[in-house]
Design a protein around this ligand. Structure first.
Ligand code: AHM
Ligand code: MG
Length: 337
């Protein structure tokens, strides 16, 4: 039997890889692990809403029942606030960033961004959802409050990123820029255990993932590429939770697309909370992630906390192929290649 390695043990061991590490990043990752376990407990209870009370109502004991995505948001904020390991937070659920005062004079050099519960339309029907997070080193002076500029950093500045998938089992996958590792929650002991070491995305895969219902709203080059996927008999899988769709692709290979539509001219997904952290993970696993206008996602300038971006992410050869279709069919980019 392989030796069991817990998430905490793994994070602490990895701290030694960074010569000047102060333990703050280690502490942050542990805080996120704790928050994930609490959110997991509540997500698992979601099927009991008819017994316990539906969101925005009162349950049988008269307590008010919160929407799960808001609950997840509060848990993450609380866990990160209490330890004082970060000086600021930006969440997809909050309009503005939150500055965190120093805890016991501890100054922190990190800020955390997250989507507390991605794919939240899936909750009521018992389908997978996830938490996505990214960690940046602050740009403002340590000691003072954090500033908007600390969050408006491009993906290339990420120090760590990860996600938690609340699926048939609960997994936490993260990177600090030295490969990607996955941990599975063992509910009997309440610990995340190392289950997938050094994850490598396959160069190609049999899956493509896109909301094909919007097909007619996509630009011609995207339609041609989707036709190509269908001609190749690739299997279409679309859960409606980016973190779940990207998780499948990370392990089995394929491509996930969310192009621009008439309703979302810049795409629907958020650069800061969803696209940059998942791009960092996929790139670290050997994959690629670009916008449908062919910029590397992690280099897209971040101008707004809630900025949206189009995305094509997944197996490297498939992303390259998509790029080729854009060059070939986009009226704006066509160069005859
Ligand atoms: P959310 O963060 O509000 O849940 O929205 C993001 C989700 C993604 O997880 C998913 O890929 C996408 O929205 C689905 O959108 P659509 O229903 O337009 O296909
Ligand atoms: Mg989301």
């Amino acid at each position: 039997m392989n030796r069991i390695v817990t998430l905490d043990e793994f994070i602490i061991r990895r701290q030694k890889d960074f010569p000047f590490a102060s333990g703050e990043l280690t502490g942050l990752l542990r805080d996120i692990g704790v928050a994930a376990k609490i959110v997991n407990r509540e997500v698992n209870k979601a099927g009991l809403v008819n017994i316990l009370g539906v969101a925005d109502s009162q349950n049988t004991s008269g307590d008010s029942v919160q929407k799960l995505d808001l609950y997840a948001n509060e848990i993450l904020i609380d866990c990160l606030k209490n330890s004082g390991e970060c000086c600021g937070i930006a969440s997809e659920e909050n309009e503005d960033f939150i500055s965190i005062p120093a805890v016991e004079t501890k100054t922190s050099k990190y800020v955390v961004v997250f989507d507390p519960l991605d794919g939240s339309s899936n909750i009521d029907v018992n389908v997978s959802v996830g938490t996505i997070f990214g960690i940046y080193r602050r740009k403002s002076d340590e000691g003072g409050p954090c500033e908007l500029g600390d969050f408006l950093q491009s993906g290339t500045a990420l120090v760590a990123a990860g996600y938690v998938l609340y699926g048939t089992s609960t997994m936490l996958v993260y990177t600090t820029g030295r490969g990607v590792n996955g941990f599975t929650l063992d509910p009997s002991i309440g610990e995340f255990l190392l289950s997938h070491r050094d994850i490598q995305i396959p160069k190609r895969g049999n899956y493509y993932s896109v909301n094909q219902g919007y097909y007619l709203k996509f630009d011609v080059e995207m339609r041609r590429y989707i036709d190509h996927c269908s001609d190749l008999n690739l299997r279409l899988r679309y859960i409606g939770s980016m973190v779940s769709d990207v998780h499948r692709i990370l392990f089995q290979g394929g491509i996930f697309l969310y192009p621009n539509t008439r309703k979302y001219p810049n795409g629907k997904l958020r650069l800061v909370y969803e696209c940059n952290p998942l791009s960092y993970i996929v790139e670290q696993a050997g994959g690629k992630s670009i916008s449908c206008q062919l910029e590397r996602i992690m280099e897209v300038p971040v101008e707004d906390l809630h900025q949206r971006v189009t995305i094509a992410i997944g197996s490297p050869e498939m992303v390259d192929e998509m790029k080729h279709f854009v060059h070939r069919y986009s009226p704006a980019l066509s160069n005859g290649n």
